[in-house]
Write a protein that binds this ligand. Structure first.
Ligand code: B12
Ligand code: SF4
Ligand code: SF4
Length: 344
């Protein structure tokens, strides 16, 4: 009886802090720890070297928090709606406005204070911690890991962030919800670069999200055309998922499209210097990749979609002192010119 009321208290705290769902998993070795080790072993994480560090910790919360008994798994809906208002380019929806890390960490901090009052010691994370977040969310029945590897929630679809508190509180775990992908394979078909190489397996090195955000060097030529008009992240496997049909727009206005960004035409981004880049993307996750990587992505998209009107802006970018920008601008100019010749 006492345990039941503690779980209810935990879920009430989550609701009070604005989380859309909260479920509990047992703290143990992750169910798919072996799949994770294989994934790393095959180098599918590309140059995200931080993922190789301390795999024993990432696969078992008890290695992160001694005495950890439960993992409190949380979902926060970020769906900002269908259209950003952008003309001719796409940014992944999670990055349409403010960075979720700070926003969610503030909620987790308040959560921790409440759990300490119940006698718990916690570690809390969103995204960047050594936790296989989706594995524990599946165990807790928050949702299930779809073939795209995205965690799907029966009501929110795929448009939500995960966060969790590892706690020494011994809470009764919730039951898994089960896999509801059925025969569907839409995400695999929709992926522009063939990054979902098998159900439940993403080769990060092929994923547009990795190439445009995590990858620091030149974008391999084999993926540039497939990137199309995507300049930061990719939502194609999310857009394709039928479980998103009933997604509701997030209550959090700080996730809704930032007008000052999306009023830019694609070529306007090439005029940003370091200072105006930082100002435009203040508090946005895009700020993290800094101007050279962002302009690199813009050049590729302009190469794929641009017309003669874009050539002057690309010529200026081709003279940029940053080689990452100039190399991609030169590639884009060639591609636009080839297209113009083909049309002539
Ligand atoms: C590294 C990383 C990436 C990498 C690699 C992605 C990947 N699929 O592994 C890149 C940069 C490509 C990426 C992209 C994106 N990411 Co990311 N990413 C992460 C991060 C930091 C680690 C993921 C990880 O450990 N990958 C390693 C693989 C092996 O693990 P996994 O994919 O989680 O898979 C587990 C399960 O699938 C399970 N499993 C394996 N086989 C099987 C088989 C069956 C039958 C079952 C049931 C399960 C199962 O075992 C695996 C290991 O535990 C997490 C945060 C975190 N700490 O977990 C965010 C996270 C996964 N990303 C997130 C988001 C939003 C995205 C993007 C949508 C962003 C975008 N729009 O551009 C894309 C989606 C791409 C995709 N299809 O996954 C969210 C996902 C939320 C959700 N609802 O699922 C997370 C959870 C961040 C957060 N806190 O909200 N990401
Ligand atoms: S985010 Fe885009 S590129 Fe990456 S797996 Fe999904 S559809 Fe493929
Ligand atoms: S698109 Fe289909 S197969 Fe892919 S995650 Fe969604 S339901 Fe599962």
């Amino acid at each position: 009886m006492e345990d039941t009321s503690r779980e209810e208290t935990v879920k009430a705290i989550a609701r009070g802090l604005g989380f859309d769902d909260c479920r509990i998993a047992v703290a143990k070795e992750a169910t798919h720890a072996e799949a994770f080790r294989e994934w790393i072993g095959e180098g599918l994480h590309g140059d995200m070297a931080w993922m190789e560090k301390t795999p024993h910790r990432r696969c078992d919360p008890r290695e992160v928090l001694p005495g950890c008994k439960s993992v409190i798994c949380l979902a926060l809906n970020y769906y900002p709606g269908r259209s950003s208002g952008a003309q001719g380019y796409r940014i992944a929806r999670y990055a349409w406005n403010e960075d979720y890390h700070d926003l969610i960490l503030a909620k987790l901090k308040a959560f921790d204070v409440e759990l300490a009052k119940l006698g718990g010691t916690q570690r809390y994370y969103v995204d960047t911690g050594p936790v296989l977040e989706r594995d524990f969310a599946t165990d807790a029945g928050l949702g299930w890991n779809g073939k795209s590897t995205l965690q799907i929630h029966r009501r929110l679809g795929t448009w939500f962030f995960l966060a969790e508190l590892l706690t020494t509180l011994d809470l009764t775990a919730d039951s898994p919800f089960g896999d509801h992908c059925g025969k569907c394979t839409r995400c695999i078909t929709a992926c522009p670069t063939g990054a979902i190489t098998a159900p439940h397996r993403v080769d990060a090195r092929r994923c547009v999200s990795y190439l445009t955000i995590e990858h620091k060097e030149a974008i391999p030529e084999e993926f540039r055309i497939a990137m199309g008009d995507r300049i930061y992240g990719c939502d194609d496997c999310l857009d394709a998922c039928p479980w998103n049909k009933f997604a509701e727009v997030s209550r959090e206005a700080r996730f809704h499209a930032r007008e000052s960004v999306f009023s830019h035409r694609l070529r306007d981004f090439l005029t940003l210097d370091d200072e105006s880049f930082r100002a435009l993307f203040a508090k946005s996750p895009i700020k993290r990749i800094k101007r050279p990587r962002f302009l690199r992505n813009v050049c590729v998209a302009l190469g794929n979609t641009g017309t003669a009107e874009e050539l002057p802006a690309l010529e200026t970018a081709a003279n940029d002192s940053d080689p990452l920008i100039s190399e991609h601008a030169i590639w884009a100019i060639q591609r636009v010119k080839t297209r113009l010749l083909e049309k002539a």
